[in-house]
Design a protein around this ligand. Structure first.
Ligand SMILES: NC(=O)C1=CN([C@@H]2O[C@H](COP(=O)(O)OP(=O)(O)OC[C@H]3O[C@@H](n4cnc5c(N)ncnc54)[C@H](O)[C@@H]3O)[C@@H](O)[C@H]2O)C=CC1
Ligand SMILES: O=C(O)CCC(=O)C(=O)O
Length: 365
């Protein structure tokens, strides 16, 4: 069955990694390496089943192919998951064991952070492999990608507001934020400065409290976030949250957030949003700042350059809105089209033989 799923989604490689002593159970998925080695973070989550973990990592890996392609990054798409509770199951041995499996792929997969993993975890991974980005700045790396991701989300939200409300200001706009984590935190700094009103939720009480205290945000229960009266819904937690149950509840004019894979079904739920007159800013365009930031490391990290490229997501989102209107398709489809066209074009120029094939990884200083 797994080969059927790989064939249907055009996946290159799935690697199951197990280490008895550390208890590591991890899945690394390489979706597509047309543009270069597969880049994507490592998520640590307490999945209820192996199937749930596999489904998540396959969706995330494919999303990275599209994200990197649309953002103009010369890298393919991959992702990994570690099955376990990030609050209880982390250890040095676990992350070193994971690092050894990443190393065994010899550069076909480059890991980074995602939900449940942090810069300090990746510093441990770095003990075993060079194929890791977003480690501590003291190693000459780019550090935590979340501030740059948040900047890209903020710029994308300005462009989305222009599309939805006719002006790019977020002043006095109400933003409903799902997930009070890393990206949401840095994003809220911008939103607060703009004079937006914030409504937040999280499954963790302490995470919410920080946003209430620091940003004066209003809190709601986890399920209420879909029903609040707001201008923009900003998903910053996990994926699959725009679905048959939630879309009919939404009372917003636009959606723009950092979470990966927000639409449970790209075709159907993209269409449902369109029919409800809700402007959807496709997730993998909006949240590409993180990938842009860590990918920049591979050519000798420069913060200003990374921020400037993340800021350009304002224009990228604008382009997606234009393509959607021009081709009379949903914004979700327009974003996919943009990525697919770039991959197809680059594949074409890769047909001729080059002795020293240019490898982006070797450019790292
Ligand atoms: N950190 C980065 O630079 C990037 C993050 N992303 C995506 O953005 C999203 C957020 O990432 P981070 O802020 O780094 O993660 P994080 O782990 O710091 O924050 C996620 C927050 O969501 C909360 N959460 C989980 N399930 C929830 C639910 N059902 N309802 C409400 N809250 C819930 C968690 O308790 C946590 O506080 C993820 O989907 C991630 O894949 C995408 C690109 C880059
Ligand atoms: O932002 C990162 O940490 C690396 C890229 C990634 O995994 C993502 O954008 O989801």
């Amino acid at each position: 069955m797994i080969f059927d799923r790989m064939e249907n989604g055009d996946y290159e490689q799935i690697v199951y990694c197990y280490d008895k002593t550390s208890g590591l159970k991890s899945i690394i998925v390489i979706h597509d390496t047309t543009l270069g080695p597969a880049l994507g973070g490592c998520r640590m989550w307490d999945y209820k089943s192996e199937e749930e973990a596999l489904r998540d990592v396959m969706r995330l890996a494919k999303g990275m192919t599209y994200k990197n392609a649309a953002a103009g990054i010369n890298l393919g798409g991959g992702k990994s998951v570690i099955i376990g509770d990030p609050r209880k199951d982390k250890s040095e041995a676990l992350f070193r064991a994971f690092g050894r499996f990443v190393e065994s792929l010899n550069g076909r997969y480059i890991t980074a952070e995602d939900v449940g993993t942090k810069t300090e975890d990746l510093d441990i991974v770095y003990q075993e492999t060079n194929y890791v980005v977003g480690i501590s700045e003291s190693y000459g790396s780019s550090g935590n990608p979340s501030p740059v991701t948040a900047y890209g989300v903020y710029k994308s939200m300005l462009r989305t507001a222009k599309e939805a409300f006719g002006e790019e200001s977020l002043k006095d706009k109400t933003i409903a934020i799902q997930g009070c984590g890393n990206v949401a935190y840095y994003l809220c700094k911008y939103l607060k400065e703009e004079g937006a009103r914030l409504i937040v939720t999280d499954i963790l009480e302490e995470a919410i409290q920080k946003f209430v205290d620091e940003f004066g945000a209003e809190r709601v229960d986890v399920d209420q976030i879909y029903e609040v009266e707001a201008d923009i819904f900003c998903p910053c937690a996990l994926g699959g949250i725009l679905n048959d149950n939630t879309i009919p509840k939404l009372k917003v004019k636009a959606i723009c957030g950092s979470a990966n894979n927000q639409l449970e079904d790209i075709e159907r739920h993209g269409q449902m949003l369109e029919e409800r007159g809700i402007i959807y800013a496709p997730d993998f365009i909006v949240n590409a700042g993180g990938a842009i930031n860590v990918a920049d490391e591979l050519s000798g990290y420069n913060r200003e350059r990374a921020l400037s490229k993340a800021g350009n997501l304002y224009n990228q989102i604008g382009l997606v809105f234009e393509i959607a209107k021009r081709d009379k398709i949903t914004t979700a489809k327009a974003a996919n089209r943009m990525a697919e066209e770039r991959i197809a074009a680059i594949k074409e120029i890769h047909t001729s033989f080059l002795k020293n094939e240019h490898n982006v990884y070797t450019r790292r200083k």
